[in-house]
Write a protein that binds this ligand. Structure first.
Ligand code: CMP
Length: 144
């Protein structure tokens, strides 16, 4: 069953010019780009995106980091896209992310971990709506 998932290339990915490389990994894997934009998050958008982390010790730093510069938001589409993106990203803590994964190859600390991907289909639907209108998302009418 084809799924949509939301991927965010965080400010450190943009600053380090890793966006092309990371997008290429997803394209080569076989996922489709259904929407793509570069934007700087407002504190309100960041709070909406990370609502589940509100009150946690790392929350203020997380909001400051994610709003510190432009990010690239995209919708990726394909069979099991949510799980596939999570696997390709590697563990949230780059210390545990295996070589060959995105965080395993490019990140060292959890507070600057390069990329975000939705953790479920429900999260994906909620997060996609923060970044894109329905008109901005391409429909491929895939077979599966
Ligand atoms: P992300 O997948 O974007 O979701 C929440 C983010 O919070 C996570 O990636 C990390 O970048 C960040 N973060 C910082 N510290 C922690 C922590 N101790 N536990 C979980 N996430 C953290």
């Amino acid at each position: 069953i084809s799924q949509n998932t939301l991927v965010l290339l965080k400010p450190d990915a943009v600053q380090r010019k890793l966006c092309g490389d990371i997008i290429q990994r997803f394209e080569r894997k076989g996922l489709l780009l259904s929407a793509l934009k570069l934007l700087q998050l407002t504190p309100e958008m960041a709070a909406g995106h990370y609502a589940e982390h509100k009150g946690k010790p790392f929350y203020p730093a997380l909001i400051e980091y994610i709003t510190s510069g432009p990010v690239v938001a995209m919708v990726l589409t394909g069979s099991n896209a949510v799980k596939i993106v999570r696997t390709m990203m590697g563990a949230t803590n780059p210390v545990d992310a295996l070589p060959g994964t995105i965080r395993g190859d490019y990140a060292t600390v959890m507070s600057c971990n390069i990329i975000h991907g939705s953790d479920s289909a429900d999260s994906a639907a909620r997060e996609i709506a923060i970044y894109f209108t329905e008109q901005e998302i391409v429909q491929y009418h895939l077979e599966d």
